[in-house]
Ligand binder design. Structure first.
Ligand code: CA2
Length: 147
């Protein structure tokens, strides 16, 4: 049976590539999805890639992942810094979780320095641009399919 990885993206990331390229670069969410797919599919994994501006939708996908996914990569965007509800949902997910931020949140405003999601994440990648998604997936694959 094909193992599936969920990649979840939070609010405003649908605008990736259209605004603030100095912070987030010029690639779009479609580019991120294509890169993720190109990495994991040849390794025999399935990929479900989602973006939502709604907190409840992200939580519903995390719940779905509990039964469907062997691991999860999440860029919770601004909910990183505010959402106990997303942390609670992630705490019900038993496989590896990686948190990705395109920008280096620690070089930015102090309110971006705290992450609720990091209390659950097995790894955190920030400031590597959209390459961070692939770095997270590489580590996830290594954990799910030990050599
Ligand atoms: O660096 C990241 O990936 C963030 O998760 C992005 C969030 C921000 O609130 C976090 O602190 C760090 C913001 C996502 C907004 O994405 C946009 C992308 C392009 C244009 C406008 C918004």
């Amino acid at each position: 049976m094909v193992k599936t990885i969920y990649v979840l993206n939070g609010p405003n990331l649908n605008l990736l590539g259209t605004r603030q390229p100095e912070i987030y670069g010029s690639d779009t969410m479609a580019d991120v999805e294509a890169n993720c797919r190109a990495l994991v599919e040849p390794l025999g994994f399935g990929l479900k890639f989602f973006q939502s501006n709604a907190e409840h939708q992200l939580i519903d996908w995390i719940h779905e992942a509990r039964n469907e996914a062997c691991g999860l990569v999440i860029n919770p965007a601004a909910y990183t810094h505010t959402s106990v509800a997303i942390l609670d949902a992630l705490n019900t997910f038993e496989s590896p979780v990686f948190e990705v931020h395109i920008s280096n949140v620690h070089k930015r405003e102090s309110f971006r320095h705290h992450s609720y999601v990091s209390l659950r994440a097995d790894g955190v990648i920030a400031g590597c641009g959209i390459l961070g998604y692939e770095l997270a997936l590489r580590r996830l694959v290594q954990l799910v399919e030990p050599a």
